[in-house]
Design a protein around this ligand. Sequence first.
Ligand code: UGA
Length: 429
Amino acid sequence: MKEKITVVGTGYVGLTLGVCLASLGHCVICVDKDKEKINKLKKGISPIFEPGVEDLLRKHKKNISFTTDIENSFQNSEIIFIAVGTPPKNNGNINMTFFWEVAKELKKISDKNHIHRIVAIKSTVPVGTSDKLADILGNKFSVVFNPEFLREGSAVKDFLNPDRIILGTKSEKAKKRILKIYSSIAAPKVFTDTKSAELIKYASNSFLATKISFINEIANICEKVGANVSEVAEGVGLDKRIGKQFLNAGVGYGGSCFPKDVEALIKIADSKKYDFRILKAAFAVNEYQRKNFAGKIKKVLEKEGGKDICVWGLSFKPNTDDIRKSPAIEIIKTLQKEGYKIKAYDPVAIENAKKELILPNIEFSESPFLAAKGSDVLVLVTEWSEFLKTDMKKIKEAMRRPNIIDGRNAFDSKKMKRMGFYYEGVGVR
Ligand code: UGA
């Protein structure tokens, strides 16, 4: 059955959800209070870089509309997805302002008419939020917590091919109706209560972040004993109980989700007087990875001389322009403070990075080659495929000193050494 659906929030999750639901044939209204974003979207332009989103937007334009008028959009749909940002506060708690603003609008509409509506929450929210929303909205609404597991950079693919669909709700009717929306997506379904569903989201992200921190510690041990973490990860990951994914060692996890969700789950546990020891360690290891990596860059420059650093990659991972909690940004800020001069290149994230990285000592280049020209060390922080296709012979000739510090083990260390580079990765020989 095709539904009329409102999606509130046009960030990475909301916009992907909107265009994907439109591609499934539903009639979607996307709402955002940001007029500039909505104007772009009306013209078929995506305000974010996310592969596939703009294509779907244009292809299914008949099924999707954009507005800043939240009240009117609610009048027109019985199913409302909330996908607004729940960013972290400075103290690690979650800022729920946008979420509760939407709740207020929903309450207004219920006071005006008698239609029963279903509210599906996509935003990652503290445990207990869905129940609190249900209490506030009363019996004209059914609330479902339906977490999203898409990754930036492969959001459309992940949305349309999920590993599972989680529905946390008390309402059998709401469950059935949301299930129908996803009827053409083949994936195991898990039906549970709202609190468990909310925790599934935090536990999933925190487990993956812990997996990354674990392999990063193994990488650090590899460096001490002379082993190779890529081969260790391959051998470990072939055990189906462990799995190959998320075993890439490097500068640690970034982005708008893992850092925030790890901290939030620690806080949730703390608030119940439970000390989440493993997660605190995963967090601490992640901080250490960046510091240790910046230390490697400084050490090579102290040994070999020079102050000019070329940084390849600014986004928190490839195929996105998102720089939130990007390891590259954090490492550059550390180096800037210590007086090093940086030339940076990224295929799509430079405009966003310019807002975050300010003078002195930073310059943005138009190509990987121009960034590397005249530098004393090349630092790879984000493993964009473009870097692996670059002619490294030319890069070596253009650099003042042939040093590579690779934060993602993206290059073949033996090949780089054969070419005459001094090469250091993270836990690789
Ligand atoms: C993550 C989850 O993977 C999604 O399932 C979830 O929906 C999303 O958060 C969210 O909560 O919205 P995302 O942050 O977009 O997705 O990207 P990931 O691919 O998970 O990468 C996160 C960070 O971990 C990146 O900085 C990446 O470079 C790093 N990473 C990933 C590693 O350092 N090693 C790995 O092996 C994998």
